[in-house]
Design a protein around this ligand. Sequence first.
Ligand SMILES: Cc1cc2nc3c(=O)[nH]c(=O)nc-3n(C[C@H](O)[C@H](O)[C@H](O)COP(=O)(O)O)c2cc1C
Length: 305
Amino acid sequence: MLKDTDEFKDSTAKEFMPYGVGFITFWLDRQGPELLLSILRGEGDSSISHRPPAAVWFSFGDYRPYLKLIREHGAPGTRIIVQVQTVDEALAAQQDKVDVVVLQGTEAGGHGSQKAGPLINFIPEAKAALQNTLVSNPDAGLGMPALLAAGGISTAAQFKAAQALGADGVVIGTGFMPTFESPGPQRAKERLLQTSDGGLNTVKTRIFDELREFCWPEGFDGRVVRNVVTDREDEDHQRDHWRHEGEAAFKVLREDRTGTKQDWIKATAEQDYNILPLWSGTGVGLLKKQTSVAEFMDQLLDERA
Ligand SMILES: Cc1cc2nc3c(=O)[nH]c(=O)nc-3n(C[C@H](O)[C@H](O)[C@H](O)COP(=O)(O)O)c2cc1C
């Protein structure tokens, strides 16, 4: 990789460098397009980013205002990747001629759409719809974007299943989190490895963004390992707090339970994942031992599985 990078440095043509940048799109909206423009111009803050990136990734929001910027200021080969959660969004991305569409299912760890469905349906339905567009509009100048599946994938068998359903590849987040190289705290990694039955013991919630007062737009939540906070949220649902009290229910949680500033600071200092969010997909139950990234990749690509 370093050798390649040096070769890129010596080149005088406007070529991309072998790195990618990802944006939470609504966050980029808040920061302004200058940030993206400076990266495309090679003025990013990393030592390898003095040329445009090989790929730009957008999730969660309207990426369309930025496409022109990338096409005008990126390198000719800079790929555009868009993560979507519905078939309609996949179709829109095809119309926008993006290179790669990431189909994010409800299984995915971290943030996603509250309305996302399971990959077992989403992949084949999105693929069929995209292919159908090409057949119905042969003269529209559209192509088939590469399709990547994201959500709950930890093993070679799941990887193959995603390909069998129509994906060209997969995106994995949670699977890398307990690896030795991952920068997260060891205590978090151990808790992930101890979590079994990932469909049951993870849950999608907005509660942590509310507690952190970290403003995600309506319609998005995040999948985490169940803990005291999500159990209390469940209890509140059962008691109909939410229906009757709406926003006030969050206030109750903030003030009376985990959300006081002191509690939050204590939980952070103690790395107490009974209170802190541990973002994780449903595939967490299949992660049984800590490995290196290379070992994780080897098992993922194991042809015998
Ligand atoms: C800890 C964590 C952080 C994530 N952060 C982002 C992010 O900043 N931007 C983004 O587009 N997706 C993010 N994701 C979601 C991934 O893009 C992807 O959809 C997900 O990891 C796939 O599911 P999996 O975690 O079950 O493998 C994150 C996921 C996790 C687990």
